[in-house]
Design a protein around this ligand. Structure first.
Ligand SMILES: CC(C)(COP(=O)(O)OP(=O)(O)OC[C@H]1O[C@@H](n2cnc3c(N)ncnc32)[C@H](O)[C@@H]1OP(=O)(O)O)[C@@H](O)C(=O)NCCC(=O)NCCS
Length: 187
């Protein structure tokens, strides 16, 4: 993708109100998008440096509802076919890898029954630094994923994941802990 297209992504598709990183933002740090990404932005969308997203062979979708916040740290890669929907708050750290066809949503969207309060459906999601989420995972409302964690392919994460652990399955359970020295970043 050329520089011109990157600017088109930044200022037309996201309609100019997205905030790209902080001070010292250069073209080298500009977002890189291949293929199609649909952005429904009514709230706050913050994209860190060296953000990269694959929108083919399956498009990605980012949704930020009115009053909500979706924030990406620096050096985040999102593979094709992912959907991320923030109705309240989704904060994603630095050096995060998200595998194809993964879904991250901070609301259940639909009430279970008449006793469920609609306002309680949205719970913030926080994904730490250096996290790798495998292909076809689902991350549900209210979950915090600790720094360095790995979510195995096909997992459904319904509760918090401790730092530096691998979790897997549906619902995801701890598989093992990882050796992640200070400053080590997964490639
Ligand atoms: C998690 C993963 C990295 C393997 O980690 P590992 O520690 O080497 O795991 P192992 O293969 O030794 O398996 C350890 C245990 O975890 C289980 N396990 C492994 N992958 C699993 C998965 N995706 N879901 C559920 N359980 C899984 C194994 O069954 C095994 O369980 P057991 O001890 O009861 O037999 C790998 O299975 C995986 O999911 N990779 C993701 C690949 C991907 O999606 N890439 C996308 C590119 S961005």
């Amino acid at each position: 993708m050329g520089i011109k297209q990157k600017l088109v992504f930044g200022y037309r598709r996201i309609k100019g109100i997205v905030k790209f990183g902080s001070r010292g933002y250069s073209l080298r740090d500009a977002p890189s998008v291949r293929g199609k990404v649909y952005v429904n932005r009514f709230g706050q969308l913050v994209i860190g440096k060296r953000f990269s997203m694959a929108g083919r062979p399956w498009p990605c979708q980012l949704t930020v509802e009115d009053g909500a916040k979706l924030e990406f740290g620096s050096n985040v890669f999102i593979n094709a076919g992912c959907g991320i929907a923030a109705t309240k708050s989704i904060i994603i750290g630095n050096d995060v890898r998200i595998g194809p066809r993964t879904s991250i949503m901070d609301s259940d969207y639909h009430r279970l029954d008449a006793d469920t309060d609609y306002g309680d459906l949205a719970k913030p999601i926080r994904i730490g630094n250096n996290v790798w989420i495998g292909t076809r995972c689902t991350i549900l409302a209210g979950v915090t994923i600790g720094d360095g964690a790995v979510i195995a392919a096909g997992s459904t994460v319904i509760k918090d994941v401790p730092p530096n652990t691998v979790v897997g399955g549906s619902p995801a359970k701890i598989i093992r802990s990882l050796n992640i020295p200070d400053g080590w970043v997964r490639g």
